[in-house]
Design a protein around this ligand. Structure first.
Ligand SMILES: [Fe+2]
Length: 202
């Protein structure tokens, strides 16, 4: 495993500063689903994107197990990580079912689906900040929503365009573009795990 932080030159893990190892460990703890990505290079780039997001974010890894997954639902009781991991699981199972029954006519790349689902909301680390113990939209988040910052982070880390497309098109902004099959899967998984909350009262 290589580290790209600060100097941008890959270094073996034995030479990493302690803080970088800890962030990596935190990301692996947050995202056991990273191991579902078969392609090692893609898995590393997805992990690196989360690492880069934490380098730039006011949020710490533990915050993601505390803050609500959306600011659009008042008093939302579901955490960021509960929602995000649920979306990844729905995306994977949906992609597998579609491949099983329609694989002859519909090509679906499972690694792309999983990587896209894991990265769809990585930009929220630049969209949120914590004030008085509560997650609120940051000034940057008001200007640039997370599909855009997510793509910027992912491209910086060398994530392939097919995965960046999913980040870009997973939310309402994506209604304006022609989604790939993989992007449709993540988009619908995201919304089926979000829209019911809008009809509930907490
Ligand atoms: Fe999102």
């Amino acid at each position: 495993m290589l580290c790209y932080k600060l100097c941008r030159q890959p270094r073996p893990k034995s030479e990493w500063p302690q803080e970088e190892c800890l962030i990596r460990d935190d990301i692996k703890r947050l995202w056991p689903e990273l191991d579902w990505i078969q392609n090692a290079d893609l898995r590393e780039k997805v992990t690196r994107t989360w690492e880069r997001a934490f380098e730039l974010s006011p949020l710490r890894p533990d915050d993601l197990n505390q803050i609500p997954f959306t600011l659009l639902v008042p008093n939302c009781p579901t955490t960021f990580m509960e929602h995000k991991r649920c979306v990844v699981h729905i995306s994977r199972h949906s992609a597998e079912a579609m491949r099983e029954f329609m694989g002859n006519s519909l090509k679906i790349d499972l690694d792309t689906v999983i990587a896209g689902a894991i990265l769809a909301d990585v930009g929220k680390l630049l969209e949120y900040e914590i004030k008085a113990g509560k997650a609120v939209q940051s000034p940057r988040g008001e200007m640039v929503r997370h599909p855009f910052t997510g793509v910027a982070l992912a491209m910086e880390c060398g994530v392939p365009d097919a995965v960046c497309h999913i980040i870009a098109a997973h939310a309402a902004e994506g209604d304006l573009v022609k989604r790939t099959t993989e992007a449709f899967i993540v988009h619908h998984a995201d919304f089926m795990a979000f829209l019911p909350f809008k009809n509930l009262k907490f």
